[in-house]
Ligand binder design. Sequence first.
Ligand SMILES: Nc1ncnc2c1ncn2[C@@H]1O[C@H](COP(=O)(O)OP(=O)(O)OP(=O)(O)O)[C@@H](O)[C@H]1O
Ligand SMILES: [Mg+2]
Length: 135
Amino acid sequence: MESESAEGEARVQSEHDIVLARQLVRRLTQGLAFSLVDQTKMVTAASELARNTLIYGRGGTMHWHRRSESGRQGLTLTFLDSGPGIPNLELAMSDGWTSGNGLGMGLSGARRLVNEFAIESQVGKGTRVSITRWK
Ligand SMILES: Nc1ncnc2c1ncn2[C@@H]1O[C@H](COP(=O)(O)OP(=O)(O)OP(=O)(O)O)[C@@H](O)[C@H]1O
Ligand SMILES: [Mg+2]
């Protein structure tokens, strides 16, 4: 059963995949007994990153990893795409900057909702965003 695995991967290639990814993150955080508020923070961050993966990254994957380290438990999500990459990460991470029609709040908002946030991107190669929320 999926919820018993320590890690797994989900496609992010359509709007429906984003719905499924949100549901998966909700279940995973419930399984970790996150508070309702913390569940929603992780689901919201995942939703923003999945949408970026789909829209800007032209689709990719969400890898999930249930963490258990020195007595604490958490969830790490990694969004990976082979899209165009981000030329200026500092700009992309700033509030209100968008190259498209968004609000430019997805990355910066997601960063505030989690405990750990890492982004790597190479122009012409793709983007990887990794977030962790500890219980
Ligand atoms: N996976 C990605 N691949 C390429 N570019 C990306 C990716 N994710 C984000 N970006 C770039 O970073 C910018 C900022 O992303 P962010 O999510 O903060 O805002 P947005 O998606 O433009 O708007 P919002 O998320 O508020 O609707 C995007 O406009 C886009 O240029
Ligand atoms: Mg966005």
